[in-house]
Design a protein around this ligand. Structure first.
Ligand SMILES: Nc1ncnc2c1ncn2[C@@H]1O[C@H](COP(=O)(O)OP(=O)(O)OP(=O)(O)O)[C@@H](O)[C@H]1O
Ligand SMILES: [Mg+2]
Length: 353
């Protein structure tokens, strides 16, 4: 396997606030390969932003080592390079945020030029480069506009052009689509994917929206209380989520929750609600039929959906399985044997959050 472009080993970040000690990041190991679009999900306060601040060298870890593009920056409680070098290297990592942080007093192209002020290019070359960047994000015709004259999605495009000014190999997006409507969100995500495909940009995508990860990421890490509790290829994590929180993220599609809320699920007798996740190339309808045929166990489908993850179909079903204890256990075993991941849904509080 190629050398990771981002290599975090046993990284912890601890903050002291008066007498309180906050373990914002705890013993994280994360290897990101060149060309990955790596989604990092987790609820508010999980430590996502703190973790990526160690990647873009703004946050020195309390423990562990940080290697980016072959250079070791932090190790054994020490900064390994000079402050000046750290500043220079920081420019090689692009960053975009929820709030676009544009200079509102200056035009779109000047916003991009601002990021080029440390470059070796002469003035003409800088202007040419800024226009190329604006073309790349689809905004060349608005170079002389001011940020207030642009939509939120367009402003985020300007900040992407600015983030790419110094030809970074890595772009970190920290909730960059959180302030955008769904259409603009998808356009920005598709732009990140295009940059990933066309210029080989490695993207680290922090979000609490699972749909964003599903749309563009090939890998995912789930964070909780400063720790990465699960990580891997997107499809593997979706098909076989190990942790409860991951299941919540995976199964937490709003459409599914809305549908399930319409059923009276509080008075089930000899019945259980299960979430089934399976490779969409399997024909599950026949699995439900086989379940009845072979085990005489009935399962009724409350909600079903197939979506495409990194180009592969993944199906989710919520079913009520009827029958005595042994029959339901046999049904779960039968489904597992047929490569269906089965999760009993017995805590419905998460739907109401
Ligand atoms: N500079 C700091 N000083 C003290 N505590 C901090 C600091 N930065 C972050 N924290 C704490 O570290 C924890 C993780 O914060 P972080 O911002 O990394 O979470 P997050 O996952 O990005 O959350 P969100 O989704 O809300 O952005 C929180 O408890 C936060 O209060
Ligand atoms: Mg954050």
């Amino acid at each position: 396997m190629a050398q990771p472009i981002i290599d975090l080993n046993n990284v912890s970040v601890t903050f002291k606030q008066g007498k309180e000690v906050v373990h914002a990041v705890q013993d994280v190991n994360l290897q990101i390969q060149p060309g990955d679009v790596y989604g990092i999900v987790g609820y508010s306060g999980a430590g996502k932003s703190t973790l990526v601040r160690t990647i873009n060298l703004l946050q020195q870890p309390s423990e562990g080592s940080v290697t980016v593009d072959g250079d070791i920056f932090f190790k054994d409680h020490q900064q390994q390079v000079s402050k000046k070098e750290l500043q220079t290297k920081r420019r090689n990592i692009g960053m975009i945020f929820q709030h676009f942080n544009l200079l509102n007093e200056t035009s779109v192209i000047e916003n991009v030029l601002f990021a080029l002020k440390h470059s070796d290019l002469d003035e003409d070359a800088q202007e040419k480069k800024a226009l190329e960047l604006l073309e790349l994000v689809g905004l060349k015709d608005k170079a002389d506009f001011y940020p207030v004259q642009l939509s939120g999605g367009e402003q985020q495009r300007v900040s992407i052009a600015r983030a790419l000014a110094n030809d970074p190999k890595i772009l970190i997006s920290d909730e960059a689509t959180s302030a955008l409507d769904p259409q603009n969100t998808n356009q920005i995500l598709d732009l990140l994917k295009k940059l990933n495909r066309e210029i080989g940009l490695t993207v680290v995508l922090i979000t609490h929206e699972m749909d964003a990860v599903k749309r563009v990421a090939n890998k995912i890490a789930v964070m909780e209380h400063g720790k990465i509790i699960e990580k891997g290829k997107l499809q593997d994590v979706f098909l076989r989520p190990k942790q409860e929180l991951t299941r919540q993220f995976v199964g937490g599609s709003l459409a599914a929750i809305d549908t399930l809320k319409a059923f009276d699920l509080d008075h089930l007798e000899d019945e259980e609600l299960f979430q089934l996740v399976y490779n969409g190339n399997n024909v599950t309808q026949s699995i439900i039929v086989e379940l009845y045929r072979q085990l005489n166990v009935e399962a009724s489908i409350l909600y079903g959906n197939v979506e495409v993850l990194s180009g592969q179909p993944v199906g989710t079903l919520f079913v009520i399985v009827k029958g005595a204890d042994e029959q339901r256990q046999a049904a779960v075993k039968f489904l597992n044997d047929n490569n269906v991941t089965v999760t009993k849904v017995d805590d419905r509080r998460i739907w109401n959050e």
